[in-house]
Design a protein around this ligand. Structure first.
Ligand code: F6R
Length: 628
């Protein structure tokens, strides 16, 4: 078992967990540890054996290792590496294979000899899988065992690809990927149906034999599973929980991923709390939820008996505290997200003036905005604001081949049999696209032309969906940020050209209101990158006259929805509005299950408001106030 918690606040945590301000900071910390280990092993005349992971999570760490190698001469000549896993069925040169990922993201930039790199093979024949896996175990053993194993965590709680049900003693083997894992990889493979069904992975037992284990997690879509792994029982339902049985295991996480740990979710259970307005609201909403009582019915005893005596003595009695929080919640609700013109706005989330407002809605990927604020968009348009919906990236990587094939096919058919000159270019474009699709096969990379075509398909869907929310085509813009055009999921490299485009956009619109997302997202996700670019662009614009008169509203996309205590503006949707939003979402060809489930998320929040004793609505879209 791990040692006693490092502070009273961590009393519920059964694995030492370090929460960093950012993934970059955590990556620096871990890279220092690796540097020290390399030096220590070198002094002992031995090689360092590293266990490595793939996916988005380790990317900042790998970039930091590369930096240390380039700038400080850290050598990896004496490092031996073993990767956790590989998709079964993918050859090493497949763009989504983990072998290719590791080469692109790390090995090609270091001086590690290729003979010292080990990755399970994705192409070993079925009858050789067992022997291959046994051999992998033996090689780890022969190298002296893994000194430091790097891990990520999947939403199923997997480490490596040890999906729920993997036993404590499991070894390297072929496994079937869980549905959730395949959904999470869907964007990488342009559709869930293209994600391999099997993988070869080190077992839980293999991982636990490592001398030191560090699991990293970023962004609040990992928050729930991190809390289960760190605070829940040890169980094969969450493979990462087995790390509780390892004396040298640590979690390195960011604030988003930490958000469901007791010390952040229910801080009053673990120590004294500075009762900020936000923490107070969190506590009252939690108490009401626990007791299934509306806020206004909570009593002094309820507070005292549930660890909130401290809050009560500071801000009570219950009657007054309840009313204050009830009013705060009440004041978040508005059917006028752009502010209600000619009305007293003292208690409204958005100010009345100016009216109409120039509203800028930023959608990192095309579908994000309609998923999260389709109903609000409709209201803003109906209420006379000048709304511009800007899609930051083309979304082309998500478009399945079938959609590109359909459009190229239509074009080819239109041009067919008509020898008239104007069709010649269209005809050759269509055939070029169809040939490229045929040539690249199921998993090949898209040519520049195919990416362009897929981007155009997405533009069509975006205009269509926006129209479903009442937004005319002229109000829909596309920024096609270069980091997306030049990259792939999990390994985008944003640069100055991206933030410059965003700065120019802000300056051209001079908005009174901006809607954006990504503040709690995985930093390597498109939303996470878009958020950082926006912050940079806003910094660039600091001092511009329009900034002082602009408000910023964060919406949550595919990540965890805002909870009632976090909401600063709640926009109710009627049953008909929700239905129109669902219909607008139907215009997108490829939504993932989280996006498809958004109506339920909107209904759930309305249910929560209702349970707290506020008015009953069909659905609510929610926003948190940002700082400019
Ligand atoms: C990959 C691996 C997996 C990932 C996990 C999280 O080698 O072992 O366990 O670490 O699926 O993936 P990301 O980091 O992409 O969220």
């Amino acid at each position: 078992m791990s040692s006693t918690p490092r502070s009273a606040a961590e009393v519920f945590e059964k694995i030492p967990t370090q929460v960093f301000e950012s993934s970059a900071q955590a990556a620096r910390h871990l890279a220092q540890e690796v540097g020290a280990l390399i030096a220590q092993r070198a002094a002992e005349g031995r090689k360092l054996v590293l266990g490595l992971a793939t996916g988005s999570t380790p990317v900042p760490f790998y970039r930091e290792l590369i930096r240390l190698h380039r700038e400080q001469g850290l050598s990896f000549a004496n490092v031996v590496s073993f990767n956790l896993d590989e998709y079964y069925g993918l050859s090493a040169d497949h763009p989504e294979s983990y072998a290719r990922f590791m080469a692109d993201q790390l090995f090609d930039h270091l001086d590690i000899p290729s003979a010292q790199i080990h990755i399970p093979s994705g192409t070993v024949s079925a009858d050789q899988v067992f022997a291959h896996c046994r051999d992998y175990e033996e090689r780890i053993e022969a190298a002296g065992g893994i000194d430091l194993q790097i891990l990520g965590i999947g939403r199923t709680g997997h480490i490596g690809f040890n999906e729920p049900g993997s036993s404590r003693d499991s070894l390297t083997r072929r496994i079937t990927l869980d549905r959730v894992t395949r959904q999470d990889a869907a964007a990488d493979f342009r559709g869930e149906e293209n994600v391999p069904r099997f993988a070869i992975t080190m077992g839980v037992g293999t991982i636990l034999r490592g001398r030191r284990l560090v699991l990293m997690a970023w962004g609040d879509n990992k928050a729930a599973v991190v809390a289960r792994a760190v605070e829940g029982p040890v169980s094969d339902a969450v493979s990462a929980s087995f790390l509780q049985e390892h004396s040298q295991a640590s979690f390195f996480i960011d604030r988003g991923a930490a958000r469901d740990l007791t010390r952040f979710r229910l801080p009053w259970l673990v120590g004294p709390v500075a009762w900020s307005p936000r923490e107070t609201r969190r506590a009252v909403c939690w108490l009401a939820g626990e007791l299934r009582k509306p806020v206004l019915k909570l009593t002094d005893e309820d507070y005292n008996e549930h660890g909130l005596g401290d809050l009560l003595s500071e801000q009570g009695p219950a009657y007054e505290l309840n009313i204050r929080i009830f009013n705060q919640l009440q004041h978040t609700i508005t059917g006028w997200p752009g502010g209600k013109p000619n009305e007293d706005d003292t208690y409204r989330p958005e100010r009345a003036k100016p009216y109409p407002k120039r509203v800028l809605v930023l959608s990192p990927e095309p579908q994000d905005a309609v998923v999260s604020l389709g109903g609000t968009l409709e209201r803003l348009v109906q209420q006379g604001h000048q709304v511009t919906l800007v899609t930051l990236t083309s979304g082309s990587l998500r478009v399945p081949d079938s959609a590109a094939s359909k459009f190229a096919g239509i074009l080819a058919e239109l041009a067919q049999g008509d020898a008239a000159k104007p069709w010649a270019a269209a005809k050759s474009y269509a055939h070029e696209a169809l040939d490229a699709l045929a040539k690249k096969g199921e998993f090949g990379e898209d040519s520049a032309q195919l990416r362009q075509l897929k981007g155009l398909v997405m533009r069509g869907e975006q205009r269509d969906a926006a129209l479903g929310c009442g937004l005319a085509n002229a109000c829909v813009q596309f920024l096609d940020l270069p980091f997306y055009e030049e990259g792939r999921y999990r390994r985008f490299k944003p640069g100055p050209a991206d933030s410059a485009k965003l700065t120019a956009l802000l300056r051209s619109v001079e908005p009174h209101q901006v809607y954006a997302t990504g503040d709690a997202a995985d930093p390597s996700s498109v939303a996470g990158i878009a958020m950082r670019l926006l912050v940079e662009a806003l910094r660039e614009c600091a001092g511009d006259a329009w900034v002082d008169a602009c408000s910023l509203w964060w919406y949550r996309g595919r990540e965890k929805a805002l909870q009632a205590h976090e909401v600063d503006m709640a926009v109710p949707l009627s049953p008909m509005q929700l239905e129109r939003k669902i219909r607008a979402l139907g215009r997108y060809g490829a939504l993932n299950s989280l996006e498809l489930g958004v109506a339920e998320v909107n209904r759930q929040l309305a249910g929560d408001y209702d349970a707290l004793g506020l008015a009953q609505y069909e659905a609510i879209e929610a926003f948190a106030r940002g700082k400019l």
